[in-house]
Design a protein around this ligand. Structure first.
Ligand code: GDP
Length: 378
């Protein structure tokens, strides 16, 4: 049986407890996601923990990548230098990066010493808890969702910017918010058309001009419209041309100036979208964008297709910018708020999603069976 059923004697939460709270949190999120689009999710997902399962399934490549070394690691008898070295290799293999890995190991060493631990098996829950704590999202992180807000969505082409805007629009709309999109990536006609398609899908309004239009003019129009219509959340798609940093910086600054002048009551939130399959490159992009503009949060997409899901941990830990949403598929309901407990559990669990192994959550039994909605994902 996996380690979900095991209770550690140390004071930290056991994975079972993490899993338990995780399922509850994700259940709330899943309830939102189910409302998002009846079209995209025609067969309503009866299980409350649907998103967690899809997350765990999405991260299966990463889990498979590290699972052998991860489980062998804690079979070692003693906590010695070999143990720490192997742990380091395993974490780096999941693309957690050296800096983050070092930080985790230093923290573990301190806790091992403090709790006088001798056996490697006692470290499993500790490591998971350390990682989860590093990723904790501030409770004010989502306050912007309930204010008059302009959300700038930035990131290079192809990372999933348009798709994420469409998904966010659908989530906010399902919560009763008045949402407006602004197609300020006027560099490519395809980007404008694609955003229009997402506006239709999410059933929200959009302000767009032609290809080559001044992005600031689009933002200006969008702000006028937002004020006239009483919009709650204005989502702005921006062009992410990192090769021309100066232009990008000027363009983003100009758009922000329009907001402060024309819409000073609005909160400005700047989210960067990163493609989870690009591993350390994603981290580098985030670093470069943070040199040209303020970033309040991160959206990591395509976590369903990567063997390097540890990148989410590296990004948050190394940039000190919270991961706020994650994308685990192309459908409208495949974006959710980031839940560190769920993420870490999905990443390091040793359950096998393809079998009908049960995950025991203290007294609760959550069945992860092969014939459920997991396998209906297109
Ligand atoms: P943009 O150029 O940054 O606006 O990127 P798009 O939104 O057009 O997305 C690029 C491709 O990535 C599209 O084919 C999307 O369907 C796909 N995509 C976006 N998010 C996800 C995700 O979370 N998972 C998967 N598998 N694909 C995604």
């Amino acid at each position: 049986m996996g380690w979900f059923s095991k209770k550690d004697k140390n004071e930290d939460k056991t994975t079972a407890e993490v899993m338990e709270s995780t399922v509850e949190t994700v259940a709330d999120e899943a309830a939102v996601s189910e409302d998002v689009s009846s079209e995209a999710a025609p067969e309503a997902k009866p299980e409350k923990q649907g998103f967690f399962k899809r997350l765990a399934m999405g991260l299966s490549k990463t889990r498979n990548n590290i699972s052998d070394s991860w489980s062998n690691l804690f079979k070692a008898n003693e906590i010695d230098e070999d143990f720490y070295e192997e742990l380091e290799e395993t974490l780096v293999m999941s693309d957690m990066g050296f800096e983050t890995t070092e930080r985790i190991i230093d923290d573990l060493k301190a806790r091992v010493k403090e709790q006088h631990l001798k056996e490697a098996s006692a470290c499993k829950d500790l490591v998971v808890n350390i990682i989860r704590d590093q990723m904790a999202v501030d409770e004010n992180a989502y306050d912007f969702e309930d204010k008059k807000t302009v959300v700038f969505v930035i990131g290079v082409n192809g990372v999933g910017k348009t798709t994420s805007i469409g998904k966010l629009a659908a989530i906010y709309k399902s919560r009763g918010k008045k949402v407006l999109l602004a197609a300020a990536d006027t560099f490519r006609a395809a980007a404008i058309d694609q955003l229009k398609t997402w506006a239709e899908r999410a059933d929200v309004d959009i302000i767009a001009q032609g290809e080559g239009a001044d992005p600031s003019a689009v933002v200006y129009d969008a702000v006028s419209s937002a004020k006239a219509k009483g919009t709650d959340i204005l989502l702005v798609d921006t062009a992410g041309r990192l090769h021309n940093k100066k232009n990008l910086m000027d363009e983003l600054a100009k758009m922000r100036r329009i907001i402060s002048k024309e819409y000073p009551e609005a909160t400005v939130e700047s989210l960067i979208v990163l493609d989870g399959t690009t591993g350390q490159n994603a981290l580098e992009q985030a670093r470069q964008f943070s040199q040209v503009t303020d970033i309040n949060g991160i959206i990591i997409t395509k976590l369903d297709g990567t063997a390097k899901g540890g990148i989410a941990i590296a990004i948050q830990s190394e940039l000190s910018v919270p991961v706020k949403y994650i994308g685990i598929g192309e459908k409208i309901e495949d974006l959710q708020r980031f839940d560190p407990g769920a993420y870490v559990t999905a990443l390091f669990s040793d359950f096998d999603m393809k079998s009908d192994i049960e995950i025991i959550v203290d007294s609760d039994i959550q069945q992860i069976a092969p014939d459920d909605d997991l396998f209906d994902i297109e």
